[in-house]
Design a protein around this ligand. Structure first.
Ligand SMILES: [Zn+2]
Length: 571
């Protein structure tokens, strides 16, 4: 581990975050930092920032932020070691190769090869059936009715699984052991232990993985057989993409499947039906909804979201950008931009939370009342989530994105839940900004005023000046780092913070600001002292009004005088 640590440090020191990020995102210089369109959420005006000297990035839209490694991990959907390797490679630093695979790893890889081979044979078998058999002819006619001519059928590699029940089995059984046959998902076993073809009387379309190898089949019933769509289940170790893509039409489904998305379900026009959701949940609990970007698609998306959330799905929503002046459905998009580009879009599709919040943010948010309306649009979805932790995370994100006071929003949410209302009553204080300017300025000083950071930290700590502030935890982390005497690293401080505090810290670090001075620091301290005194005075006043006993009252009155004198002096 120590070795990995030192390599990571070395790579981080030599890597230029602006250059690495610049390979994924077009960046423009903007003041002290660089700015571009956020790769993690859909936006039209850039709110994604990269700081060249701090070596961090932060998006003011979705709140994502971190260092060069977390950026690559997020972009490439990989773990830290892989991100380290990628960054090192980009910067021309050589790092030691990982150890030889274990024998277990070798065995798994052998099995994987055999399964891929088996799928490849099944594919040619299905294609032969559709091209050369009587049953296959009926399937071809069916497809032709739906606008898929002979060319399209062969281009998509569409095949046919015959009705017999053991045709594929007979084809494969001499070459592969029974165990592997059933593990492939192509062959099933009945209660008596007899093997049979899983797909019967179905149109098949091959599903390829990222390297273009067929790893599963999506199948559609010919007539009204149920279920209409049947996909082969996950094959062990083969599929990395554990998610299903939910599209509107059958053509979309075929094109998406050909693009290598292992599970694709078409809900055929309207939002997904409950039965389809049950079927889907056997394969995955993660869904990317990708309906057409028109009004019908929009409301179908929202209906499907409700149903999927109720069933505990992890849902993301992909809205494809228009191609030229045409709104793009998956089929059109893949034909115009290619499968890779679509895959990329799918991988980066924002979670339903971000999607819905983005919709809410398009609403008018200028007044407290307008904000209430936006929150009320979101509330029914929040209430559908059975998982308490997820629900709570939601509240945090809504508060951040709509700039609401989180505790107030939470209180309003649980009150609505308790009263089984799907309407929220919001108080005006919900609308206040979380961190006051003086707090932001002091945080900034602690992070970068090399000259007097330590002294400032000491004063703040001695007078307990940041206690009880919205930003208390950020101050605490920065004060500890400053008192250590070492240079303060934004990412190190951020690492000990909770998500919402980390976001706020990054936001503050990216604000354009002038060089801080000690005089300014002193005046900020004074403001905090004053605020502290005002708060204590209010408390003392409340205690006095509660009619305490004689000696207590005298003590309170003395304290009140003292505080009023102190406040008068600073004004
Ligand atoms: Zn973003």
């Amino acid at each position: 581990m120590a070795e990995v640590g030192s390599i990571a440090d070395k790579v981080k020191q030599q890597a230029d975050i602006v250059r690495v990020v610049g390979e994924y995102v077009q960046l423009r210089k903007a003041g002290q930092s660089f700015r571009g369109l956020c790769p993690f959420h859909t936006e039209k005006t850039p709110s994604f920032n990269v700081h060249p000297t701090r070596q961090i990035y932060h998006c003011f839209g979705c709140g994502k932020g971190g260092d060069v490694f977390s950026f690559v991990m997020e972009m490439e959907k990989c773990e830290f070691p892989e991100a380290l390797r990628i960054v090192a490679e980009k910067c021309g630093i050589s790092i030691p190769r990982p150890k030889e695979r274990s024998s277990e790893g070798r065995k798994e890889s052998q099995q994987r090869t055999a399964l891929v081979e088996m799928h490849c044979e099944a594919q040619s078998f299905f294609v032969k059936q559709i091209e050369g058999t009587l049953e296959g002819k009926a399937a071809r006619a069916y497809l032709e009715d739906r606008g898929l001519d002979k060319d399209a059928v062969s281009r998509f590699g569409i095949g046919y699984a015959p009705s017999g029940g053991d045709a594929l089995l007979r084809h494969l059984k001499s070459k592969y052991p029974e165990k592997l046959l059933t593990e492939s998902g192509l062959i099933s076993r009945d209660q008596g232990g007899k093997l049979f073809d899983r797909f019967r009387r179905r149109i098949t379309f091959p599903i390829a993985n990222e390297s273009g190898k067929i790893v599963a089949f999506g199948c559609r019933a010919l007539g009204d057989d149920q279920p209409k769509y049947l996909n082969s289940p996950e094959s062990p170790g083969i599929r990395r993409q554990d998610f299903a893509s939910l599209v509107e039409g059958y053509m979309d489904a075929i094109t998406v499947a050909r693009a290598g998305i292992s599970n694709v379900v078409a809900s055929c026009g309207t939002s997904i039906a409950e039965q389809q959701i049950k079927l889907l949940s056997r394969f995955t609990k993660r869904v990317v909804v990708n309906y057409d970007p028109d009004a019908a698609g929009l409301s179908a998306t929202e209906r499907s979201l409700s149903l999927l959330l109720e069933q505990d799905f992890e849902v993301r929503v992909l809205t494809l950008p228009p191609i030229g002046d045409k709104k793009a459905d998956p089929d059109l998009y893949i034909r115009e931009k290619g499968a890779d580009e679509y895959q990329k879009r799918l991988r980066e599709a924002p979670s339903y939370v971000d999607y819905l919040i983005a919709r809410a943010r398009q609403m008018d948010l200028s007044t407290g009342e307008a904000k209430s309306r936006a929150v009320n649009f979101l509330l029914p979805y929040v209430q559908k989530i059975p998982n308490r932790i997820l629900r709570s995370e939601w509240a945090t994100r809504i508060a951040q994105q709509l700039r609401l006071e989180e505790p107030v929003l939470r209180a309003a949410l649980s009150k609505a839940a308790a009263e089984r209302r799907s309407e929220l009553k919001l108080q005006p204080e919900l609308v206040a900004r979380a961190a006051k300017p003086v707090e932001r300025r002091l945080i900034r000083m602690l992070a970068e005023a090399e000259g007097f950071r330590q002294e400032l930290a000491q004063r703040l700590q001695n007078a307990r000046l940041y206690h009880g502030l919205e930003t208390e935890k950020i101050f605490a982390a920065l004060v500890i780092a400053s008192l250590s005497g070492r240079p303060v690293q934004a990412t190190e401080v951020a690492a000990v913070l909770e998500e919402r505090d980390r976001r706020m810290l990054y936001e503050i670090l990216f604000e354009e600001a002038s060089e801080p001075t000690w005089e300014e620091a002193l005046s900020c301290i004074q403001t905090l002292q004053q605020r502290q005194a005002e708060q204590e005075l209010a408390e003392v006043q409340r205690s006095i009004e509660a009619n305490p006993a004689g000696p207590d009252l005298r003590e309170l009155l003395t304290r009140k005088q003292e505080l009023m004198r102190r406040l008068a002096a600073t004004r």
